[in-house]
Design a protein around this ligand. Structure first.
Ligand SMILES: NC(=O)C1=CN([C@@H]2O[C@H](COP(=O)(O)OP(=O)(O)OC[C@H]3O[C@@H](n4cnc5c(N)ncnc54)[C@H](O)[C@@H]3O)[C@@H](O)[C@H]2O)C=CC1
Ligand SMILES: O=C(O)C(=O)Cc1ccc(O)cc1
Length: 363
């Protein structure tokens, strides 16, 4: 297949790398950053550079827009004036879908087929340098088609096979409601917690320094790309405002509990949240649970487990558990190794950093 990708950042770059796993795929890329284009071509992430979008995508079967979502809408409005194949399928990778699918509906009137796509994987990092061929492995890829064209969904699924993502189909409305709950609103909460810390920093100058693992874990996503999150929150504003209303109600409930509740009411509040959190697919994978976990970002291929366990065994580092984490939504690595002590984990991380190309994280 010939595939065009506009926006060769974290997601567009990762998509290009994943699609190039199929040697029959040919990728033509465009980005406003010229250095990303030349880097992508030199590293064979793409096969060809598009110099002007009006003409240079005329031979592609699929065209993906992997730009911040407001930019995506601007580009979609330009597409009717471009020279494209008659049955090209246009798609995107945007984190919001309602506004994008409204413009997609307009495109059908000029004969352009658009199917929305959103990989539920990524990171707070951005740009081509953070892209990875295996970013989407085992993650959900949500498709939002306009109609019920099974053959269209089937061909998108086929194209996306090299990403090893798990495809889900929903409506744009459902997509935006669900992502508001699990991604967009948590992003606002994380960001507001950082603002709270910053606001108190003059009274408690040492607070920043002592911010421990919990604060860092809860607020990691606040380091995400501000332009990307500006666009997402503006496009999903309505649903986010209703989430904010429900959040305020939850805070009122908490306020009452804290001021009037008994210690056991308080404990119940934590217990019921812990039950739900522990049921999330990420944390019920392993038979054992250790606090000394190391996440290693590796492609999901056979052999990687023995490579890493062999390395640890060679250096006499004992591990207590191994697990492959299935969703990549709020984590970096997919291969999680648990250790009995923090010092075993530290030694393992140093070893993996020096002896392999895999990145590892303590979360
Ligand atoms: N970062 C993440 O974790 C995830 C992001 N997404 C979505 O994917 C899209 C891309 O996000 P990232 O790759 O993270 O952003 P990014 O900032 O890493 O990459 C965006 C790229 O688009 C380029 N660009 C901007 N305007 C352009 C234009 N007019 N024409 C051509 N290229 C242009 C930028 O130069 C940059 O290389 C966004 O819509 C985002 O909502 C979806 C899932 C996860
Ligand atoms: O950093 C993280 O864990 C993320 O939350 C990544 C992410 C960002 C935006 C999306 O639309 C989907 C996933």
């Amino acid at each position: 297949m010939k595939i065009g990708i506009i926006g060769l950042g974290l997601i567009g770059g990762s998509l290009a790398k994943a699609l190039k796993r199929n040697s029959e795929n040919y990728v033509i890329g465009f980005d406003v950053k010229k250095e990303s284009l030349s880097h992508a071509l030199n590293k064979k992430i793409i096969d060809e550079i598009a110099l002007n979008c009006e003409d240079d995508f005329h031979s592609v079967d699929y065209l993906f827009l992997a730009t911040p979502v407001e930019k995506t809408i601007e580009i979609m409005r330009l597409i009717p004036s471009w020279r494209l194949k008659e049955n090209v399928i246009v798609s995107d990778t945007g984190s919001t879908k309602k506004e994008i699918m409204k413009v997609a509906q307009e495109l059908t009137t000029v004969g352009i087929t658009f199917i929305g796509a959103h990989p539920m994987a990524g990171s707070h990092k951005s740009g081509l340098s953070a892209s990875k061929a295996h970013l989407f492995e085992n993650a959900y890829m949500i498709l939002t088609p306009l109609g019920n064209d099974i053959s269209l969904i089937h061909s998108m699924k086929k194209l996306l096979e090299p990403t090893k993502a798990k495809v889900l189909v929903t409506s744009a409305q459902q997509h935006d409601e669900m992502t508001a709950l699990v991604s967009h609103f948590p992003h606002l909460v994380a960001t507001s917690l950082v603002h709270r810390l910053a606001n108190e920093a003059s009274d408690y100058p040492v607070a920043m320094k002592i911010a421990a693992g919990g604060f860092r874990d809860t607020t990691r996503i606040a380091s995400g790309n501000p332009i990307m999150w500006r666009d997402i929150t503006i496009q999903n504003r309505e649903i986010l405002l209703s989430q904010l209303q429900k959040w305020e109600e939850e805070m009122q409930r908490l306020k009452k509990l804290l001021s009037e509740g008994s210690p056991s009411d308080m404990e119940d509040y934590f217990i019921s949240a812990k039950q739900v959190r522990d049921e999330l697919p990420i944390s019920n994978q392993g038979a054992l649970y250790s606090t000394f976990d190391l996440s290693v970002d590796v492609p999901d291929y056979p052999g990687v487990i023995s490579e890493l366990t062999g390395l640890l065994a060679e250096h006499m580092i004992s591990l207590t558990n191994l697990r492959i984490v299935e969703a990549r939504e709020d984590i970096y690595g997919i291969f999680v190794i648990s250790f009995q002590t923090a010092s075993d984990r530290q030694r393992a991380q140093e070893l993996i950093q020096t002896k392999t190309a895999y990145e590892s994280y303590i979360s």
